[in-house]
Ligand binder design. Structure first.
Ligand code: OAD
Length: 271
């Protein structure tokens, strides 16, 4: 693996990019500059909320039954951050790469919706999207309206001391579907299966790409972390952009250490 300095991008990475058929696999680090803390970093979600409880369907259900106010706090903390976040130069650089026809798709582990806000198409959201609900029975999906959601979250925050009020707000947040079951947030919790269609599109993309950019992911959560191995087996070059080495550094051909919002705009300059 070759560690590149910013000035080596022109000589080593741009010729690769000009070949086209690049794919980006992104993680929480790409959204750090948008104000969304990473999961495992300092101040990250899993520092305040135990993922065994809050990223787990059984944990969430039993907390809802026993201490529903903790769910209020979790939802209001999560959405206060997500609703404020805007795409940063790293997301926009990927959108530009796509407009130039050199980036085929983005495979993301993020649920923050920042790729589509940056104008990216062909985004495979492996872990779902926090701005979408999914019916638990018939799997119908609906998008959440950001303004209504912001108002609901604000109301929920204000009535955290009144159980009957916030329980009423929960039923607005998670309405009933026409099939009579309830909607839930369309994200993948620990121990749950990824959506098969999304995962097979991601497999197909990494099999066919000529370069795979790993951007801001610790590479510890599978099956996402397995995708670079498939790309490599099929002859793709692996380029890691991360502010620190990760679990996937060892299979990368090139590594650039630094913030994604600074490095990615350098990649598309003069392309
Ligand atoms: P992590 O929080 O595990 O890792 C974030 C990575 O981004 C780390 O390697 C950081 O060093 C790096 N990083 C932080 N700031 C950066 C910046 N400004 N520029 C570049 N890199 C930066 O997040 P993920 O790898 O996305 O799953 O975590 C994978 C999955 O674990 C998440 O999708 C989530 C979580 O539990 C589910 O919720 C199912």
């Amino acid at each position: 693996m070759k560690v590149l300095k910013s000035h080596q991008i022109d000589d080593l990475l741009k010729p690769l990019l000009r070949k086209g058929k690049a794919v980006a696999l992104t993680g929480a680090g790409i959204s750090a500059e948008s104000g969304v803390p990473t999961f495992r970093g300092r101040g990250g979600l899993w520092e305040k909320y135990d993922p065994e409880i809050f990223a787990n369907a059984q944990g969430l259900l039993s907390t809802f039954r026993l201490k529903p106010v903790e769910i209020v706090d979790f939802l209001t903390d999560l959405y206060s951050v997500l609703l404020k976040a805007k795409p940063n130069p790293a997301h926009f650089a990927l959108a530009q790469m796509q407009n130039k026809g050199i980036l085929d798709c983005v495979i993301t582990q993020n649920i923050d919706d920042l790729d589509s806000l940056a104008g990216l198409d062909n985004v495979y959201e492996l872990h779902g999207n926090a701005f979408r609900l999914r019916c638990q029975r018939c799997l119908r999906k609906i998008n959440l309206n950001r303004e209504k959601l912001a108002a609901l979250i604000k109301e929920m925050k204000n009535c955290r001391n009144s159980k009957w009020k916030f329980l009423k707000l929960f039923s607005q947040f998670f309405p009933k579907c026409s099939c009579k079951d309830r909607f839930r947030i369309d994200i993948v919790l620990f121990g749950e299966m990824l959506e098969q269609d999304v995962l097979s599109k991601a497999y197909q993309a990494v099999k066919n790409c000529s370069s795979l950019f790993l951007i801001g992911t610790s590479g510890v959560v599978y099956p996402a972390a397995g995708l670079p191995f498939i790309a490599k087996q099929n002859g793709a070059k692996i380029i890691e952009i991360n502010d620190n080495p990760s679990e996937l550094s060892f299979i990368s051909d090139y590594q650039i250490l630094g913030k994604a919002a600074r490095i990615l705009p350098l990649l598309i300059k003069d392309l």
